[in-house]
Design a protein around this ligand. Sequence first.
Ligand code: UT7
Length: 328
Amino acid sequence: MVNQRAGILGTGHSYPEGILTNAELAQLVETSDEWITTRTGIKQRRKAAPGEYTSMFAVRAARQAIERARLDPSDIDLLICATVTPDQILPSTGCIVQAELGANNAAAMDVVAACSGFLYGVSLADSMIRTGQVRHAVVVGAEILTQYVDYTDRQTCVLFGDGAGAAVLGPVDSSRGILASKIKSDGRYEEQLFSPGGGTRRKPTAETLAAGDHFFKMKGNELFKVAVRSMAEISREVLEKAGRKSDEIDLFIPHQANQRITEAVADRLNVGLEKVYSNIAVHGNTSSASIPIALDECVEAGRIKEGDLVLMASFGGGVTWGAVLMQW
Ligand code: UT7
């Protein structure tokens, strides 16, 4: 069996121009900039305009990642699009992105794992590169969450934003790349974050629309505790799998769900906040796009240096969670 180490060769991101501020939200629901800032760390989020859809941002992010990897779209063998807000039910948004990019040699699919979707995709691509089944893979996380947010529900509408981030994975020498990854789920917690309408269980009708069944519904308080516990646990598991210690981490990129979750996880892992990347103030929670957007911002800002030990961890609806440890 081939055991080829996989690493990230290029990253990219893209988001809509539209911005929705806390002050604007305070005009829609009973909330305030002060509440949102102190409870979540969010100041603004990006919001797609009418006519903008998920694959538009996915294509831009993926194209940038492929260019920065110095590859051509035809070099890509696998395209994974992580999203819970696809362009449409069929075909997959992955196939739509593949066609737009001209990635004519790639197998394409969607991964539905909510905020853990990007790390699920990275973990799958890593396995396929390790075994020699594919050489170059694009993993893109892309969401237009603001179309599925109920702007009368103050608990959820203040959290979510839109955007896309992408990474190209490919073979690297054994001194770097992905050291360990782990993904998990527990569907028994389905109703902690879910959107009940639109599928075969509750197909779209005038009634499901009127009942708001297509919006995200969340038990935020319960999810908060499970998120902190699961992200910390799975981070420890990948560190142990790779034989590394948390004090060796140079950069921790958690899923951006809530600044208080980020700080609680960092505290449990004993990782100083100066090593933790946060962009939640400007993006809010962009689900599967949050880690790849953050990763690309770190690359662009020169916050990741060659040889750095980078930990990424996520938690999302499903519920799903995952972690990836890599040497940059
Ligand atoms: O990305 C997937 C993973 N996502 C998560 O894990 C999200 C996890 N959950 C959270 O981030 C937090 O639970 C929230 C930000 C959603 C809520 O913060 P919280 O500190 O857990 O607040 P809470 O739900 O305990 O609510 C406290 C109070 C309540 O009022 P009462 O009952 O104390 O009178 C809420 O009704 O805050 C109220 N509240 C708000 N007030 C102003 C809830 N949302 C708002 C709001 N503005 N937007």
